[in-house]
Design a protein around this ligand. Structure first.
Ligand code: ATP
Length: 320
């Protein structure tokens, strides 16, 4: 391997910069050149490619977002786009590529591997919804941001004896909602994977808790489960308890990464380069059962995982 390219693709996540820094510095230390490809596969097809040195990743480990920008690229889903991408890699001498992103981005990496560009993926998404790994870059920061927001809403909720519905990210995966629900001691956690919520059940629970003198009621709602504002109106009408919805939104994607996100991103970035140096291709770095491992991309994409049933049940037990 003479030149490694690195790109970020799909949704951005805090900690991606720490991974980029680790990729660049591990490669340079091994005498390998590094090229940064901006705006994901879009930038590859547009040849938005820059040379990277030690200095180009100075002072970024603590920054959210991605200095390489990220994008989605429909053209790259087609074989012609993938042929063009592989040809551009060859033209720029890129014989190894690190792709930081989610499952969609790994499919792109697999397509390039078939066309002779050695590729390794690194899981980067705040949603934790990459099935081959217990950890994804950005999740820890996102959960902490959401948790702190819920704490703040809870203070005002208690003071006003309100019910609060707080919507967190995770349209397709309830990990942020589950972690927040447990960490914030929420009364209810509504997630797609366990779509057993029933507004009447929530209303009955609110009424029962009010009789025992409880001053607030916190519902964590994963994005995509109903309409939080509509739900707030219905709950208020049925219980007489003032109810407000707060949608945290994109604040969860940003901010300075936590130590855990920086630490894991650094380890994964270095591992991706070590794999390329060892001649590997079509691999994804993962953290599984407490260890950094790697899988074949197709094997990784075929894996399944689910939210932790024990923790979901425990949250219910503790909020009766
Ligand atoms: P996130 O879940 O954070 O959004 P992701 O990587 O899963 O991350 P996608 O939008 O699914 O996000 O994919 C990112 C990009 O990867 C796409 O815009 C496209 O360029 C490429 N990609 C997605 N699916 C494929 C595919 N089947 N073949 C080739 N490339 C793909």
């Amino acid at each position: 391997i003479k030149t490694i390219g690195v790109l970020t693709s799909g949704g951005d996540a805090p900690g991606m910069n720490a991974a980029i820094r680790a990729v660049v510095r591990t490669a340079l230390a091994a005498g390998i050149k590094v090229k940064g490809i901006r705006k994901g596969y879009n930038g590859l097809l547009e040849e938005d490619i820059i040379d990277m040195d030690n200095k180009s990743v100075s002072d970024i480990i603590q920054r959210g977002g991605t200095i390489l920008y990220t994008a989605r690229c429909l053209e790259f889903i087609k074989p012609e786009g993938q042929d063009k991408g592989a040809a551009i890699c060859k033209k720029h001498g890129i014989d190894g590529l690190v792709v930081i992103g989610g499952d969609g981005s790994f499919k792109g990496a697999a397509a390039l591997a078939k066309r002779g560009v050695n590729t390794v993926g690194i899981p980067g998404t705040i949603d934790l919804d990459i099935t081959c790994t217990d950890y994804t870059i950005g999740f820890d920061t996102a959960v902490n941001t959401a948790m702190e927001t819920v704490d703040k809403v809870r203070d005002t909720s208690t003071s006003h004896e309100r019910c609060s519905i707080i919507e967190v990210m995770g349209r397709n995966a309830g990990y942020i909602a589950l972690w927040c629900g447990v960490s914030n001691g929420a009364e209810d956690i509504l997630i797609r994977e366990r779509y057993d919520y029933d507004e009447q059940h929530i209303i009955d629970k609110i009424n029962k808790r009010r009789e025992t003198g409880r001053k607030h009621y916190i519902i964590i709602n994963a994005e995509g489960i109903g309409d939080s504002h509509g739900m707030a109106k219905r709950i208020e009408a049925a219980t007489g308890m003032e109810t407000r919805a707060t949608i945290i939104g994109h604040a969860q994607r940003g901010g300075s990464p936590t130590a855990r996100d920086r630490y894991y991103a650094t380890a994964m970035g270095a591992k991706a380069v070590d794999l390329l140096i060892a001649g590997a291709s079509n691999r994804v770095v993962a953290h599984k059962n407490g260890e950094f491992v790697d899988y074949d991309i197709e094997e990784a994409l075929a894996m399944t995982k689910d939210i932790d049933q024990y923790m979901y049940d425990l949250a219910k037990r503790l909020s009766k």
